[in-house]
Each structure stands twice: as C-alpha cells, then as structure tokens.
Design a protein around this ligand. Sequence first.
Ligand code: SF4
Ligand code: FES
Length: 370
Amino acid sequence: MEIPTPSTIGLPIGLLAELTHRCPLACPYCSNPVALEGRNTELSTEGWKRVFSEAAKLGILQVHLSGGEPAARRDIVELVQHCASVGLYTNLITSGIGVTEKLISELAEAGLDHIQLSIQDSDAESADKIAGYKGAFAKKQIVAGWIKAAEFPLTVNAVMHRANIARSAAMVELAIELGASRVEIAHTQYYGWALPNRAALMPSRTETETAVAEIDALRKRHHGEIVIDLVIPDYHATYPKACMGGWAKQFINVTPSGKVIPCHASETIPGLEFWNVTEHTLSDIWYSSPAFNAYRGIAWMPEPCRSCDRREIDFGGCRCQAFAILGDANATDPACHRSPHHVLMTDIAEVDSNGAIGDYLYRKFPANVA
Ligand code: SF4
Ligand code: FES
C-alpha cells in the first residue's frame, strides 16, 4: 500500500474559511462544532489575509467565505478585496441575515465572484421555525433580489430533513424564482449540531426515495435552466459518499481561530493533532500536519475497504461518521453496505425517523461557546 509523501500529495483546490462562528440563525443541523469558537478567539484581518496569500501560493483556486455568518465580520469587504488581489475565486456562503444592499454592491466592487444563499424551506412559517429566526424567510427573498440586481451568479442551498423533505421540489422551484443558476439539495449530514438533533431531523426511507425521484424528474424538466445538485442521506445509502473528496486530498478548512482541519467534523475524532496558522504556514500544514496525514491515501484502510474495488472512489467514506456511529474513526464508514456494521446505520435511521418533528436543540451563540 502506498503511503503518501510530500512528492505524492497533490494540491488542494479549495479552502473553506470559517471566518466566524457568530450567526443570527440557529439552524439545528448546523455543521459548526457544538463547542463554538468565541469572537475573542477569531483571527484578525491581517491574520486572515496572510492565510489567503498563503493559500494562493500553495495553489488553491477557490476560497469559500463561510461561518457562522461571514457578513458578521466587519472586515468582510476588505477580505474579499484581498482574495481577489491574490487571484483567488471567492464564494460567499451566507444566510442573508445581516446583509444589506450596500454590502452587496461593496462586495461586487471588491471582486467577489459568487454567492451561495441558504434557504430553510419554501414555506415561510416552517422556514422561520427551522432557522429559529422570525422573518428570516422574507429577508432572504429581498437579499436574493439584491444579489441578482448586482449580477452575481447565485447558488441556493437547501438542507433537507423531515420537516421540509415533502417540499424538496417546491424548494427547487423557489430557487428558480429567486434567479439561481444552481441549487444544492443537500440532505442533512449528521455532524455538529445535527447529531444531537438526529431524531428530530431524520426522514424515513420512503420520504427520502420520494424526494430523490422528484428531484430526478425536476432535473430533466429544468435541464439547461438550472443545475440541481443532490446529496442523499448517508443513513439510507448503499455506498458512502467520498467525504471531502477524500481525506486531505482536495480541501482545507480553517476555523475562526486559525485551526486547520481536514473537514468540518474532524475535531470530534479524539487524538488528532491539528496545527494552527498562527504557528505554521498553510503549506507546512497541508503536507506535514499529523491530522492531515492521519487518513490520507489508502494505507490506513481496514478490510473490507483495503481490498475493495471502490477504495479510490469513496476512500472508505467518512472518518467522522465512522467515529460517530462506531466510536472508531479507522473503521469502514457504516453507511457502506459492505461494512459489517451497516445494519446499525439502518436501525438508527428507522428508529430516529419516528422522532418528534421540530423538537430541536437550536444552535446557540454565545451560550455554547467553548
Ligand atoms: Fe467504499 Fe470501503 Fe465500502 Fe469499498 S468497502 S465501497 S472502499 S466504504
Ligand atoms: Fe470528517 Fe467526513 S466529515 S471525514
């Protein structure tokens, strides 16, 4: 089995910058860690600029400016301007809340390339309930209008779960109305806040299959009009997803305090050593940090992955999910039907899909700050 070395490790293509964990919304499926990082730990403007300069030097092409709500950073325009000046393609991932028309035009002037706007549902009342924020749905419609008026390419992102899965098709239609050129219908991934909320979020297998069929039909109907991406729920899958396109293979995440992690949930895996941009260069971290090298390549794989014909397609699935379900990050992702523990996953899905809808543990800030 090949063990990755600096000469065999490829270049990352994307960097997700979690500029802040502050956010006005309280979505119960938020991928941020349950122990949120506080404002006083956030990297400074100069700190983030150095990260982006190093990212460009390392060969990264795209930066996703995310959070929490990235617009909560007062220096967001300056950061976008800096990314543009070092040649990075920038995507702002926003809830729209706290965004003004003036900010949109300043971001356009600063060189922002793309905006991704989240929606919680196509039904206003349900959307506001899921977001834990009254008026969120209405505000997002207005923000989408400003985004289109400024001629930004727009992706609408919708996270699906039991409370909104029946309106999957309606959410695609809403994205078309809002002028999106792409819509991501991403079923909840059970990490971060979604894990403790799993019983309130999990759809049934029948609901999932219906939604997948509806989305397939819409893809055909709206071919050429909008790109529809679908992420199916792992708990009802036969094979796992290639999480992050393979561990430390394509992406780098940087947390608000500058900790560099291979994926948003990797801090849940005990024993991993993460390096920080305040102490190491991004290049050193990519090639040499213990957390990035922990599951790189295929040498770490157990059976059945080790001898599986899909081992370089899905890379054994998701390490964080293997840890969350089995307590063993080295195991085959139990979402895979070839895992000896796959039945655990289907049993959990069956039990959790009978939980009470809307009985959420809302993501709170700063109450849960570590
Ligand atoms: Fe992927 Fe491992 Fe399952 Fe094969 S056994 S399909 S490599 S998760
Ligand atoms: Fe960490 Fe999948 S979320 S490997």
